[in-house]
Design a protein around this ligand. Structure first.
Ligand code: NAD
Length: 260
């Protein structure tokens, strides 16, 4: 229960990686706000956490909407007192080659990943900077924060962008006791990835099995998907680390797909 008394917001916490991180934070004792565009799903996750003995709430937040982010963050502060941990995780994927990539899709991917990270960080910092009480912001990046793959121009650009925001926050936040990191998973079996398998097979003209074995896992050291637990364990390690020895870092959790 290392996070007893701490308050966390997890964006995109209603599904996949965000949901698993929310469960992990809750088990570690934090009060957890599941912030998602899908309020019903967020409330369902919060109910699961409460049923397991945790303290949790669902909050409707579209991370691209400044007013919604401000209001949702305030709702959490009103309920739980402040914010100690922000997990900026909400994300989507759109795959297409650049010459066919719809500008509307480009803007949507950039808005959710980059604008969403900025807006949720800005809203959380207002509370973390108060009396320099501090906190930690963890962005869900990706191996695609460091590497490129065909068909993912907007996603790769957005995920690279998070490294920059993270490093600026590490510097600006330090005097206020705020730390910041990007956790960069390889492929994790979530709805976001399951949707891509047939799409990539069609775009690349290969079978779904080949998308998995070659495109997704071909460069890992063990041919294994990254697991939800791999990612959550990394987040918990960073969220409970006792000093600012680590800040502004990128932690790649990818079974050796990308090493730096
Ligand atoms: P997911 O589709 O399972 O969950 C994404 C969640 O984000 C959903 O609950 C969705 O409702 C929410 N969301 C979408 N748009 C939103 C918005 N505008 N405002 C608030 N919430 C919104 O996806 P996932 O695989 O769990 O992905 C979570 C994060 O992890 C994303 O940032 C993704 O890029 C990143 N990631 C995923 C993988 C992977 O292999 N699954 C790998 C590396 C990084």
């Amino acid at each position: 229960m290392q996070l007893q008394g701490k308050v966390a917001i997890v964006t995109g916490g209603a599904s996949g990686i965000g949901k698993d991180i929310a469960i992990g934070l809750s088990k570690a004792g934090a009060a957890v706000a599941i912030a998602d565009i899908n309020l019903a799903a967020a409330q369902a996750v919060a109910a699961e956490l409460e049923a397991a003995g945790g303290k949790a709430m669902g909050v409707a937040i579209d991370v691209t909407d400044e007013a919604a982010v401000e209001a949702g963050t305030q709702q959490v502060v009103d309920a739980y007192g402040s914010i100690d941990i922000l997990i900026s995780n909400a994300g989507i994927q759109v795959v297409a080659p650049i010459h066919e990539f719809a500008y509307a899709d480009w803007k949507k991917v950039m808005a959710i990943h980059v604008d969403g990270a900025f807006l949720t960080t800005k809203a959380a910092l207002k509370h973390m900077y108060k009396d320099d009480r501090g906190g930690i912001v963890i962005y869900t990046g990706s191996v695609h924060s460091h590497l490129a793959s065909p068909l993912k121009s907007a996603y790769v650009t957005a995920k690279h962008g998070l490294l920059g925001l993270n490093r600026v926050l590490a510097k600006e936040g330090a005097p206020h006791n705020v730390r910041s990191h990007v956790v960069c998973p390889g492929f994790v079996r979530t709805p976001l990835v399951d949707k891509q398998i047939p799409e990539q097979a069609a775009s690349l003209g290969i079978s779904e099995a080949e998308v998995i074995s070659k495109v997704m896992l071909g460069n890992t050291v063990d041919g294994e998907f990254t697991t939800l637990q791999d990612v959550t364990d990394t987040v918990l390690f960073l969220a409970t680390f006792p000093s600012a020895a680590f800040t502004g870092q990128s932690f790649v959790v990818s079974h050796g797909w990308y090493m730096h």
